[in-house]
Design a protein around this ligand. Structure first.
Ligand code: NAD
Length: 290
């Protein structure tokens, strides 16, 4: 049985590779023809639109950048809803709870089930099948999708209402956004004080200041100055904005999140939305003169 996959970017492409390696037949689509060609080279079949994917697969996975792209792919003129075979959509993108609920209703109107299922673990997690998958949706749909989700990582059923997976993901990403920002800030302070950044990272990782930023993002992309971790600054900024929107609706405190957001907005402005998110260190360096 073919699995559909729409969105072959930093996350979608390594997921395609992982699914092919584990013996899945794939039918794929992306707005960029060259991304489809790369997946075809892995043995995936090319589709001509989201509707074409949905004509050829019962289960369609989507890994798209923004809420707008997710809505367009699902419900646009050539969207998934126009497919004849599709029975369920597994929405792997980070789109926020509001859009996830909206999408779930629009799909349900066409008899298509949706599992809201954003992921965490980055490009490496997608490539090696070690993602955290934060599912929410009908329990029977979760049970049916679990073997497929286990190919991609460790699935959790966060709750049975769509949108809850997104809420969990926004919480996770605010933590990731905050720790990367604060790691950038303190590393710049240490460098200005004359400390060696590699020694600092080793000590942080042996001590209580260790975070995913110090353990993985700095050693892999900041210290070697490659800035190629595989997540765009603009997308992390989107996630922080979505977190703030949800917290505002709930009336929970956002004092720290707002400070974190300012840092991400400034990085999007100075480094560009397509820069790698590890570039957040650069505005701190510029302002410290190091
Ligand atoms: P990306 O920008 O690298 O990839 C998105 C892909 O979607 C691109 O190939 C693009 O061409 C395609 N696309 C955009 N609009 C389309 C449309 N209308 N029709 C068909 N294809 C379209 O983004 P990414 O980093 O792969 O992230 C995908 C999603 O996963 C985002 O919601 C992101 O927030 C989330 N996410 C990313 C990471 C990461 O580390 N990169 C980790 C966890 C979650």
């Amino acid at each position: 049985m073919d699995i559909g996959l729409i969105g072959l970017g930093n996350m979608g492409f390594p997921m395609a590779a992982r699914l092919r390696e584990t013996g899945h037949r794939l039918v794929v689509f992306d707005a960029r023809a060259e991304s489809i060609d790369r997946a075809v080279a892995l043995g995936a079949a090319a589709a001509t639109s989201p509707a074409d994917v949905a004509d050829r697969a019962e289960t369609v996975l989507t890994s798209l950048p923004t809420p707008q792209a997710a809505l367009e792919v699902a419900t646009g003129g050539e969207g998934i809803i126009h497919g004849s075979r599709v029975r369920r959509v597994v929405e792997l993108s980070t789109i926020g709870p509001h859009t996830a609920r909206q999408l779930s209703t629009l799909l349900a109107d066409r008899g298509i089930a949706m599992l809201d299922c954003p992921v965490s673990g980055g490009v490496a997690g997608a490539r090696h099948g070690t993602l955290a998958l934060m599912a929410s949706g009908p329990a029977d749909e979760y049970a049916a999708a679990t073997p497929l989700l286990e190919t991609l990582g460790r699935p959790y059923l966060v709750a049975t209402e769509p949108g809850a997976g997104q809420t969990m993901k926004l919480i996770n990403n605010l933590m990731a956004a905050a720790t990367l920002a604060v790691t950038a800030e303190v590393m710049v302070m240490g460098v200005k004080a004359g400390l060696d950044p590699s020694v600092m990272i080793d000590v942080l990782n042996a001590g209580s200041g260790a975070t995913h930023a110090s353990r993985d993002k700095f050693p892999r992309s900041v210290l070697p100055r490659t800035f190629d971790f595989g997540f765009a600054t603009g997308l992390m900024t989107k996630d922080v904005r979505l977190y703030l929107e949800e917290a505002a609706k709930l009336g929970t405190p956002t004092e720290l999140a707002e400070t974190v957001a300012r840092s991400w907005e400034a990085t999007t402005e100075s480094e560009g939305p397509d820069s790698d998110f590890t570039s957040i260190v650069k505005p701190f360096e510029a302002s410290a003169g190091v």
